[in-house]
Design a protein around this ligand. Structure first.
Ligand SMILES: [Fe+2]
Length: 208
């Protein structure tokens, strides 16, 4: 597995932020911190690798304000640098269920681009890093991680529901429960500050 170094990953994020500043950067940092913390106690996962994947999962947002297209931009950016695993996670993080129609936000991909994403999903067997970043994306707000149900509600308030919303929520909850079965404890017990972030009364701005 060829993964960018931590300093390169941080440089990519800083550069992407300069091109498209926004709450997505804080969200990426929160996802990275959660991924590193959970990976530190999960067999077979490397905390720094998990942190880097979390940091870069939305790196495509550096290409500008976009909807689903950011996953493709992130994939292309990292694949060109030879970081196939980090690139794949730019795509897989959005699909706890493998269905290209089960997404929130704007449909700003062309039909060939959607076919390309579908092909990657069809060919990919999710590993623990894919599932970890799906999980951490689902608990990461712009200013820290929180109870998953709060984050899912936050996304739904901004983008509305679609026909796969409930199925997708169930998939996220299943990933959480699968991780907790291995950890033998709540993921939240590994995430300092989760209580403050969850119960603080605050409306979060869009990540884009
Ligand atoms: Fe994300």
């Amino acid at each position: 597995m060829k993964t960018p170094s931590l300093s390169d990953a941080q440089s990519f994020l800083t550069e992407a932020e300069s091109r498209n500043p926004g709450p997505w950067v804080g969200h990426s940092s929160a996802a990275a911190q959660a991924a590193g913390a959970i990976a530190s106690q999960f067999p077979g996962l490397h905390p720094e690798t998990a942190f880097i994947f979390g940091l870069l999962h939305d790196i495509g947002r550096g290409a500008g304000v976009s909807g689903l297209h950011h996953i493709l931009d992130g994939y292309r950016f990292l694949i060109e640098l030879g970081y196939d695993d980090a690139a794949r996670i730019c795509i897989t993080h959005s699909f706890p269920i493998k269905n290209i129609h089960a997404v929130e936000g704007n449909w700003d991909c062309s039909d060939p681009e959607l076919e390309f994403i579908k092909d990657i999903l069809d060919r990919t067997e999710y590993n623990d890093y894919d599932r970890l970043i799906q999980l951490c994306d689902a608990i990461a707000l712009p200013d820290g991680y929180c109870l998953m149900e709060k984050r899912l509600f936050d996304v739904t308030l901004r983008y509305g529901v679609h026909e796969f919303t409930v199925q997708k929520w169930k998939a996220y909850l299943q990933i959480q429960s699968d991780f907790e079965a291995v950890l033998g404890k709540s993921i939240y017990s590994l995430l300092p500050g989760v209580e403050e972030n969850t119960f603080r009364i605050k409306i979060h701005p869009a990540e884009k």
